[in-house]
Design a protein around this ligand. Structure first.
Ligand code: GLU
Length: 312
């Protein structure tokens, strides 16, 4: 961790407006904001509404209001991904031209059948490792989606695939063999929507993001994003994945398992929500006697001290 990066630091919080802000998303928002402030950097909010069918109308504005009630306000005008399709399309075309992306005709069923034939049925986190059916030919079928062509060993089984290495500021040294563990991943889906992996990489580069601070549930995407950054000639930001807030049943707290919308309707409620998020990040509790501004300022100091102790 490097403290004092100063004006070069640009961080971001990139919520998907699939519901209101909940306790888990506030942890990522607060951590990314504190890291930006502790580095005297900028903090940007980007609305990741690229998967429109999953987005709830009005949730974007509601989230921005909840963040503002917590004192977390973007340093520049927020960006909406749903307005940036032409940039994503241009980037996809660049990858197609350089043969780093290819059309794929496979449905999920086709992929399952191909994996079964190869004796590899086990899904990885519910995601199937793409067997590479359309890598060299569409076999006379019509392309439905676009995939990123991962680098593979010349003869399968003779050498390991290309391993991506990176360092996470909290989790330490990380590595993933994307070709073997994920396979050629989707950049544009069969329904015409751009995939998260592509849009996040395009926007982080377009916004000159130097530091990404987000929830640990997203850590597994990092290697795919680094591969895309390299393919497109973008710099790789530094990554920090924050601990997840777990629901009472031990599962990841999410909008899907009924995470409560945060109450930020009064100053006391917003401070209580912030205190809960801060606690999750190992920061001290400021109780209800303090105000939001003092609490945030104290957490910035605490965060900065942690950065400094990590560099000494
Ligand atoms: N949009 C993602 C989410 O709401 C965050 C993506 C990211 O930070 O890279 O979970």
């Amino acid at each position: 961790m490097r403290a004092g990066v100063g004006a070069t630091y640009r961080g971001r919080f990139a919520p998907s407006p699939t519901g209101p802000l909940h306790a888990g998303s506030l942890v990522a928002a607060l951590a990314s904001w504190l890291d930006a402030r502790a580095h005297s950097g900028q903090w940007l909010v980007r609305i990741e509404d690229v998967d429109l069918p999953r987005c709830i109308p009005g949730a974007d504005r509601a989230m921005l209001q909840q963040l503002a009630a917590c004192g977390l306000v973007s340093d520049v005008e927020p960006v909406w991904q749903s307005r940036r399709s032409s940039i994503y399309q241009q980037t996809l075309e660049q990858l197609i031209q350089t043969q780093k992306a290819y059309a794929c005709a496979c449905s999920r069923k086709d992929i399952e059948l191909a994996l079964q034939t190869m004796g590899q049925e086990k899904p990885r986190h519910g995601e199937l490792v793409y067997p590479g059916t359309c890598r060299d030919s569409l076999h006379g079928k019509a392309g439905r989606a676009w995939r990123y062509r991962t680098e593979r060993a010349a003869a399968p089984g003779t050498e390991p695939g290309r391993i991506t290495h990176w360092s996470d500021r909290r989790r330490g040294a990380q590595q993933q063999d994307v070709a073997a563990e994920v396979g050629d991943f989707v950049l544009k889906r069969a329904d015409g929507l751009f995939a998260y992996q592509l849009v996040v990489v395009v926007d982080d580069a377009a916004q000159d993001i130097t530091h990404i601070v987000r929830g640990e549930d997203l850590a597994d995407n990092t290697a795919r994003q680094i591969l895309l950054q390299q393919a497109l000639g973008y710099a790789t930001p530094q990554y920090l994945h924050t601990p997840l807030v777990l629901a009472a049943d031990g599962q990841k707290l999410s909008k899907q398992n009924g995470a409560q919308a945060l109450d930020t309707s009064t100053a006391d409620a917003a401070l209580a929500a912030l205190n809960q998020a801060a606690q999750c990040l190992g920061l001290c509790n400021h109780g209800t006697r303090d105000n939001r501004g003092n609490a945030l300022a104290a957490w910035v100091e605490q965060w900065r001290a942690t950065l400094q102790s990590a560099t000494t």
